[in-house]
Design a protein around this ligand. Structure first.
Ligand code: SF4
Length: 438
């Protein structure tokens, strides 16, 4: 698609600027770049696909462009595990869709703005040169058509990469239904691509985001997954083959906006990981937006639910747990919010403990609460050289207080501490977090 032939967003967007202006005349007030940044960074904060946290670093000149305080700087993780700062913004918060859970939906009475591609390129370069950011996270409402929107987003990253030789990290949201050629080009410029599945079940998506097409989203994810796999193969054969989304693809699911249980959420994410080789599924606890739809809960989902889902997700992917092991069948498909799911499993299975740190296989060591993947690798190396004692475990960088009730070592045999913990769990009220130290 030739970017030059695409008319400007406001020209003929039904439900776009013209319609939004009729609803909210103040959008005619011209926003300067700083105003757009404030608005479009704020609108992007609802996307959990890169964990957001503020920074207090500010430009020394008051009022100067580039103040990072609260304006769209989020922290994310690069493929090598480094924490990096990204400029997290929308190209525009106009949207022709009316997803009930979204602040940017067509019927939402919020101020609207849009960046031109040039503005976004300049802003990114400016922030990058000032060392405020190490990359860009770019998403957008859908204006005019998926192709139209995607073409503009691709235009931004194309110019950053090819004209300015921008080497920073780029995470680009792709628009479901966009021309595969645009997605292909996006993957050549971006490190990571993502498409939000939004909700765990197709039925909920049809009810709360009727213009979204669950099957189309799956198709788009499958296309990206295939392109990533093919690219990996071609790079194995030809070292200089161009890269395609080297940091993989990810997605986001809102939890608590519908009645889906944690078991349903985790089953869906397991399928997504398996079918499309996703790097990450991000869980976003539902939080009521201004002027919410009646179809949505009036109360937010507890943030701790999001946290427990991440912990369970980790257990399923890296610790060898199965879904029925992680979600206790007696809890109606929900995780216990009081304690992490690994500890919960251990307390339900006292017969599996204590684990002998000098003899147990890797898969059993991974089940010890407080012992992570790295801790287990270090322990396995250590025990090749010596008989492991309690004091040695303290040098692994793990919390002795957490693992002590569940292991035996050269000089350590726990008494009935795991059973004691289980009893206290049963006695605890529904909200208290159990102290883990004994
Ligand atoms: S398409 Fe995206 S931006 Fe538009 S209303 Fe739906 S979730 Fe919001």
């Amino acid at each position: 698609m030739d970017m030059q032939t695409v008319p400007a967003i406001e020209d003929s967007t039904p439900g776009g600027e013209a319609a939004a202006t009729a609803r909210a005349p103040w959008i005619r007030q011209a926003l300067d770049l700083r105003g757009k940044l404030a608005l479009l960074a704020d609108a992007a904060k609802y996307d959990a696909s890169c964990a957001s946290s503020g920074t207090t670093r500010r430009d020394s000149r008051s009022g100067g462009l580039g103040s990072a305080g609260g304006m769209g700087i989020c922290h994310s993780y690069a493929p090598d595990g480094r924490c990096i700062s990204l400029l997290k913004v929308l190209l525009t918060n106009y949207c022709e869709f009316d997803c009930r859970f979204c602040i940017n939906r067509r019927s939402s009475d919020v101020p609207r703005a849009r960046f031109t591609e040039r503005e976004l390129v300049d802003l990114t370069l400016d922030f990058y040169r000032r060392n405020y950011i190490e990359g860009l996270f770019l998403s957008s409402g859908i204006v005019r058509s998926p192709d139209y929107t995607m073409a503009r987003m691709v235009g931004v990253v194309r110019e950053l990469r090819t004209v300015h030789d921008f080497r920073g990290y780029i995470h680009l949201k792709t628009i479901p239904g966009a021309d595969p050629a645009l997605v292909e080009e996006a993957g050549r410029h971006a490190d990571r691509l993502s498409i939000n599945v939004e909700l765990p079940e197709a039925e909920s998506l049809a009810r709360l985001a009727p213009e979204k097409d669950a099957a189309g989203i799956e198709r788009a994810m499958a296309g990206i997954g295939t392109a990533i796999a093919e690219n990996r193969d071609s790079r194995a054969r030809h070292r200089h083959a161009p890269r395609f989304a080297p940091a993989g693809q990810s997605t986001q699911m809102i939890v608590g906006a519908d009645a889906a249980t944690d078991a349903t959420v985790l089953a869906r994410s397991s399928t997504l990981y398996r079918s499309h080789a996703l790097r990450r599924v991000y869980y976003s606890a539902y939080s009521p937006i201004p002027d919410p739809s009646d179809a949505l809960p009036s109360r937010p989902a507890p943030l701790v639910r999001e946290h427990r889902l991440y912990q369970a997700d980790w257990l399923l992917r890296f610790y060898g747990y199965s879904l029925p092991e992680v979600v206790d069948a007696t809890r109606d498909g929900m995780l216990d919010l009081r304690i992490d799911p690994k500890l919960a499993w251990a307390l339900r299975h006292p017969e599996r403990f204590p684990v002998d740190v000098n003899r147990a296989p890797r898969e059993l060591l991974l089940r010890v609460p407080g012992l992570g993947v790295r801790g287990v690798e270090r322990l396995l190396r250590m025990r090749r050289l010596q008989r492991v004692r309690l004091a040695h475990l303290a040098t692994l960088g793990v919390s002795l207080a957490k693992i002590q009730p569940f292991v035996c070592a050269g000089d350590w045999q726990p008494r009935a501490q795991a059973a004691g913990l289980a009893r206290r769990l049963a006695e605890a009220d529904g909200t208290a977090q159990l102290p883990l130290a004994l």
